[in-house]
Design a protein around this ligand. Structure first.
Ligand SMILES: [Zn+2]
Length: 127
């Protein structure tokens, strides 16, 4: 049986997803970052979760559901590390953008938004 990976955008997100997967009876392991990306000097906030191939489809569905519902899962400030983050309202954020995001997730490509989604309340950084 093969092991597949789901890439989460943040450590917070990966632990939230892992909890949900376990609730659904799916075995998952958070891939140890320190042995891979960090050791190779790659600055990448994404975290991989490993699941069995047979569970991948369900796990992806749970991840999508979590992303749609998961307004409470906020990242932290890349500039000062604060978790005091607010989500910015984006009237231009269309469903097309969301679909693109989901497509990016499904293709395991780290999502890079060209617009600012969040603002740090501590230092005012938008990211
Ligand atoms: Zn900040």
């Amino acid at each position: 049986m093969e092991v597949k990976r789901i890439t989460c955008r943040t450590a917070i997100e990966s632990s939230a997803l892992c909890a949900k997967l376990e609730e659904a009876g799916i075995k998952c392991v958070i891939y140890d970052e320190t042995n891979s990306k960090v050791a190779r000097g790659i600055l990448d906030p994404t975290i991989d979760i490993m699941v069995n191939e047979e569970d991948l489809e369900r796990a992806n569905a749970i991840y999508e559901e979590m992303l749609k519902a998961g307004e409470e899962v906020l990242p932290w400030c890349p500039s000062c590390g604060s978790e005091n983050i607010v989500k910015l309202d984006k009237p231009k954020h269309t469903s097309k953008g969301l679909l693109g995001f989901i497509a990016a997730v499904l293709c395991f490509v780290p999502f890079r938004s060209s617009t600012n989604n969040y603002m740090c309340k501590d230092c005012g950084n938008k990211f």
